[in-house]
Design a protein around this ligand. Structure first.
Ligand SMILES: *Cc1c(COP(=O)(O)O)cnc(C)c1O
Length: 389
């Protein structure tokens, strides 16, 4: 096999799709301010609006492209929703925020911020497979609930939530419903109407587009308080000169993601299953985390008892294989993954977890290379370890 690194960290970020790269390079000189009224400005604006339509179509909002607001990414989209709830909650009777224990840090920390501002916040638990406990959600949501925020698919373990069921509970209580769909968009079909969501977050760099550009879908009638005030861009929802090149890249990435989704899903599912089955066969006591079926097609999270995640990662890195641990490095100390802990994996096992996330460039030869390199690494670490395998 060739010597390029085996990149299995697509849930962290993705390379540019070659077609996205080509269109971005071709449009690099379209620098005009998309709010300018002259010909070049209008041309840039037309491209911005075409991208907005492509992004809307990707999430089932093709009839309402104006309900898509461009942001700088997933973190900003999520923060905008929580900031909106801050303003609503201060003025109105409802203040309750209900989210899950396995959200991305930009949702978790936004929820904690509201908690510190005196909002009642509930972090609903998940089962062993990372599926939200719907009875617990039902019990947490009531007439004082302002927002329910449930991620569509988890970045660490890939578990997909039943958004329609979540929506029934949120809507019966009259709460707004937000979903962080950053990992879902481009990997599984996404539909704002059948999911019944009011706000949906996405990020372009997770779907083979550039970094620093994302979007928020906003259902007609759902309130929004700008996080960034200034000019009248995005109907006053988000000020700042249009990020032409990022938005153009997002449009192309969205079109491609929609067109390629069935083939992509079939391909990465087969490769992911090959990796999963190979690990199960070759490495004793490996434990697959996340849902066995209702899971992103590209994601595989595995705990290796008796081996430590960061050590596995470093040895794989030496072999030219790029993965992530199940741990997040929080304020300099290695905390076990809050997602794995929430699924009932103990701290020791959570520390020995690796996330393999595959993508459109992953090959069978690369998977077989991992299956050749990984077992001796685990065996060596287990032999050195004081932790019981
Ligand atoms: C990557 C990611 C984000 C953050 O998106 P950025 O564009 O990097 O800010 C938010 N939520 C989830 C689930 C993610 O995977």
């Amino acid at each position: 096999m060739d010597r390029r690194p085996v990149y299995l960290d697509y849930n962290a970020t993705t390379p540019l799709h070659p077609v996205v790269k080509d269109t971005m390079i071709a449009d690099l000189d379209l620098y005009a301010n998309a709010s300018s009224m002259h010909e070049a400005g209008r041309r840039a604006r037309a491209r911005v609006e075409a991208s907005r339509a492509a992004v809307a179509l990707l999430v089932g909002a093709g009839a309402d492209p104006e309900q898509i607001i461009f942001t700088s990414g997933g973190s900003e989209s999520n923060n905008t929703v929580f900031a909106t709830m801050f303003h609503l909650g201060r003025k109105g009777p409802r203040k309750g925020i209900v989210t899950t224990a396995i959200e991305h840090p930009c949702v978790l920390n936004s929820a904690r911020w509201l908690q510190s501002e005196g909002f009642p916040v509930t972090f609903v638990g998940v089962d062993d497979h990372g599926r939200i406990n719907l009875d617990e959600l039902q019990a947490a949501v009531g007439s004082d609930t302002l927002l329910v925020s449930v991620m569509a698919a988890n970045n660490e373990i890939g578990t997909i939530q039943d958004m329609a069921a979540v929506s029934r509970i949120a809507k019966a209580a009259g709460a707004w419903l937000h979903t962080d769909a950053t990992q879902a968009v481009g990997k599984i079909p996404v539909d704002v109407d059948s999911w019944g969501v009011d706000y949906l977050t996405m990020s372009c760099h997770k779907l083979y587009g550039p970094k620093g550009i994302g979007a928020l879908y906003l259902r007609k009638g759902a309130p929004l308080e700008p996080l960034i005030r200034g000019g009248h861009q995005e109907h006053g929802h988000r000020a700042g000169t249009y990020n032409n090149i990022g938005i153009f890249g997002f449009g192309t990435a969205a079109e491609l993601a929609l067109a390629e989704l069935p083939a992509y899903a079939a391909r990465v599912t087969a490769l992911r299953n090959r990796l999963r089955d190979g690990i199960a066969q070759k490495i004793p006591k490996a434990r697959i985390n996340g849902h066995p079926v209702t899971v992103l097609p590209n994601t595989l999270n595995v705990s290796f008892p008796g081996a430590e995640g960061e050590s596995i990662l470093l040895y794989l890195d030496l072999a030219g294989i790029h993965v992530s641990t199940g741990s997040a490095c929080a304020s300099g100390s290695l905390e076990p993954s809050h997602v794995l802990l929430a699924t009932g994996v103990g701290p020791e096992l959570a520390h020995g977890s690796i996330r393999f996330s595959l993508g459109r460039d992953t090959t069978e030869a690369e998977i077989d290379y991992v299956l050749q390199q990984l077992p001796p690494i685990i065996a060596r670490l287990r032999a050195m370890s004081t932790i019981e395998a």
